[in-house]
Write a protein that binds this ligand. Structure first.
Ligand SMILES: O=C(O)CCC(=O)C(=O)O
Ligand SMILES: [Fe+2]
Length: 373
């Protein structure tokens, strides 16, 4: 892949060889970083796939008029507060600024979900080469047996053009323009598979890991399966982004969670936390200062798959990872980024291609604490 991912050359109209065929394409935001990008254009995915193909059991219920709630935490009157339909408007932006998160239902189509699930199998079967940390599989194993070994793949966009293409999905771009602004860049993606029995991730703020300078970090958590309390959906503490403080973090020994550290000493309790149950195809969008977590997948079978992509305003430098060459910290700017809309004021620096796909440790066999010599 070219430095900066598949979108760094100008004016590309991508052809991607997905399990649905080699000719899927859409006009993506691949304009040179100095020009306005174009996120319109045909979807690369066929528009309809029978719901049965997805292995989804719940019937499609119109969002506004369910006779009973689809999820135990939803009100009888319809979907919860903070859930919107695409394209989003001013009201969604207001909710996000106040609460630090929002949900957009039907952000991606069922056929896109089918394609993403098939691509997940292809990645785990080594179709794009061996990924660092991935447990090898044999041909005798079923797709389910193969994918359930892996909790999460970081940077799937570095091996899969389909995953890279999702970073600039028109539904996501519409939301990002509302919650961030006209100029948005993407620096990271993660593909959670989280099969039954896999752990969650303890309370944390994403800016602990990916520091922007203007607090614009925004996660788009795209549900590939219905996400429920039982299978380990996201939980958020509404409004916890507001102080703009990064709370302390520590290693934990809680086997419900993976090896990522946990935040503590923040002025909130678990009683203030909300589970964000969503249907497949919805996206949970959340601010990088919002405290969030997920619990283990306690279902007896199945997966809680989600593709997560992280964004920030293109105006902010990104002091992420140690600089290769000594530089003033004020000038440090990680440039393995993809512009998804608008203009990049730092386009003159060019882009790099330094991040690589790898597997997140899930804590099986213990976590590295940094204590041993
Ligand atoms: O999905 C999860 O289990 C955790 C996701 C998360 O923390 C994130 O996407 O930032
Ligand atoms: Fe997170």
């Amino acid at each position: 892949m070219v430095p900066g991912g598949p979108f760094s050359a100008s004016g590309l109209r991508h052809k991607i060889d997905t399990p649905l065929g080699p000719d899927l394409q859409w006009a993506v935001s691949s304009a040179p970083n100095t020009q306005d990008s174009d996120t319109s254009g045909p979807s690369p995915f066929p528009s309809v796939a029978p719901r049965g193909e997805l292995g989804l059991t719940a019937p499609i219920i119109p969002s506004m008029t369910p006779s009973r709630p689809l999820f135990s935490t939803w009100p009888n009157t319809g979907r919860p507060q903070g859930y919107f339909s695409s394209p989003v408007g001013v009201e969604a932006g207001d909710f996000y600024r106040e609460n630090g998160y929002l949900v957009v239902e039907d952000a991606i189509s069922e056929s896109e979900i089918v394609a993403l699930k098939a691509e997940t199998v292809r990645i785990c079967r080594g179709g794009f080469g061996q990924i660092k940390g991935m447990v090898e599989s044999s041909h005798e194993e079923t797709d389910e047996e193969v994918i359930r070994k892996t909790l999460c793949i970081h940077f799937p966009n570095k091996v899969s053009e389909l995953m890279a293409l999702e970073m600039s999905h028109p539904s996501l771009v519409n939301i990002l323009q509302t919650v961030i602004g006209p100029n948005v860049k993407c620096m990271q993606s993660m593909l959670f598979i989280k099969s039954a029995g896999k752990p969650g991730q303890a309370w944390h703020q994403d800016e602990d890991y990916i520091p922007t300078r203007d607090r614009s970090l925004t996660g788009c958590w795209l549900a590939m399966d219905d996400a429920t309390i039982e299978n380990g959906c996201l939980w958020v503490i509404p409004g916890s982004h507001k102080p703009g403080v990064l709370w302390p973090m520590k290693f934990h020994n809680d086997r419900r969670f993976d090896c990522s550290w946990e935040s503590y000493d923040y002025p909130y309790t678990d009683e203030q936390a909300l589970p964000v149950e969503v249907r497949a195809g919805s996206v949970v969008v959340f601010n990088g200062y919002l405290l969030h977590r997920s619990l283990p997948n306690t279902a007896t079978a199945g997966f809680r798959r989600a593709l997560v992509t992280h964004y920030m305003s293109a105006e902010s430098l990104l002091p992420w990872l140690w600089p290769e060459k000594p530089t003033g910290m004020g000038l440090h700017d990680h440039r393995d980024v993809v512009l998804v809309c608008g203009k990049d004021p730092y386009a003159y620096k060019g882009v790099t291609n330094v991040m690589t796909a790898h597997i997140r440790p899930d804590g099986e066999g213990g976590c590295y604490t940094g204590d041993d010599d």
